[in-house]
Design a protein. Structure first.
Length: 344
């Protein structure tokens, strides 16, 4: 394959992404190349994820075409140009933004249903490239427990109350992250609104750097927890996703099982946010994500987590600790939570 007319799409600390035209392939024939120079694990996880999906004929992202471990580079299908969900949310058309979100929800449910329990198939792809020393969900579980001190530092610094059962609950969360049972599926791992593209063939997901086999509802956190959306739309997305997942996962049909799995991933992600954001936010607020400051992100997670754990709370001691933390932070901060332009 001979390539020409390179166009740099993105350059950052971890990787460089380039579009190039295929010589002799016609005006619209092009591919995308990704060179992962500084984080080979993320690069190889994306490589394996795209290859795994391509082999299964599951077109939820760009098809994998070729790669070189030595060069730390792989080639994938060029999905072309199109709008991303983030752009729809930034526009002023609520109907289009809502429809775009629901199409991503449908695509996510399809991804999970078609990969439920496929750990051995995924492992055969991932380990054949450059063996990964540990599965991603085990890393996620270990990080939660190993960095418990960061959450405790927040609790101590604002004068909140740590429930005596906090450590046991964190260990319980870690066990459920490591072993999600019937909810084990291949996940994208970074479902930000910017990591999607609406193409002529339909919606697709981009940037599978954090992909791997874990609790399917990890991806659903995008609309359940992290992205500020109208409550009615969140409820609709949750019901739609659950209906789609239920087509292949019996546990998703059982209220107690589904609500527990949902609460588990929401609680774990909320703890993670306090492990990622430094208590320096007590002194100065900084940007966190598009439209979000660190303080807004922390309060958003606490509020949504409290709601998601109310129907079935698997970690009551952690819930009480987070509620105390939320009360103390609301005494300190008056933060207006962001609203996407489409829903103002």
């Amino acid at each position: 394959m001979l390539l020409t007319d390179p166009e740099v799409l993105r350059t950052e600390s971890r990787s460089v992404v380039v579009r190039a035209r295929v010589v002799g392939g016609g005006e619209e024939s092009s591919v995308v190349l990704k060179h992962f120079r500084d984080d080979p694990v993320c690069g190889l996880d994306e490589w394996a994820g795209l290859l795994f999906l391509t082999q299964r004929g599951l077109h939820v992202g760009p098809r994998f075409l070729a790669g070189s471990e030595e060069a730390r580079l792989f080639v994938m299908e060029d999905l072309g140009r199109g709008q991303r969900l983030e752009e729809l949310l930034q526009d002023d058309d609520a109907r289009t933004a809502s429809g775009g979100l629901m199409s991503i929800v449908r695509l996510t449910a399809l991804l999970h249903v078609r990969t439920l329990g496929a750990q051995s198939d995924y492992d055969s792809v991932r380990q054949a490239i450059e063996p990964r020393h540990e599965r991603v969900r085990i890393e996620n579980a270990r990080y939660l427990v190993d960095n418990a001190g960061r959450l405790r530092r927040w609790v101590e610094m604002v004068g909140a109350r740590e429930d005596p059962g906090l450590q046991a609950d964190l260990e319980q969360l870690a066990r459920e992250l490591a072993d999600p049972g019937p909810f084990l599926a291949f996940t994208h791992g970074d479902m930000a609104p910017g990591n999607s593209l609406f193409t002529r063939e339909g919606p697709r997901l981009l940037d599978f750097e954090y992909a791997g086999m874990r609790n399917a509802l990890y991806d659903a956190l995008m609309w359940l927890l992290t992205v500020p959306l109208p409550e009615e739309l969140v409820a609709r997305a949750d019901a739609y996703y659950r209906s789609g997942l239920s087509q292949g996962c019996y546990a998703a049909q059982v209220d107690s099982d589904y609500l527990r799995a949902r609460a588990t991933v929401a609680a774990a992600r909320t703890v993670n946010v306090f492990q990622w954001i430094s208590p320096k936010a007590l002194e100065r607020d900084r940007d966190w994500a598009p439209g979000f400051t660190e303080r807004a992100a922390l309060l958003r997670h606490l509020e949504r987590c409290r709601f998601l754990m109310e129907p079935l709370n698997p970690v009551p001691a952690l819930a009480r600790t987070l509620q105390s933390l939320e009360a103390r932070l609301r005494e300190r901060w008056t933060v207006e939570l962001p609203v996407w332009p489409a829903f103002r």
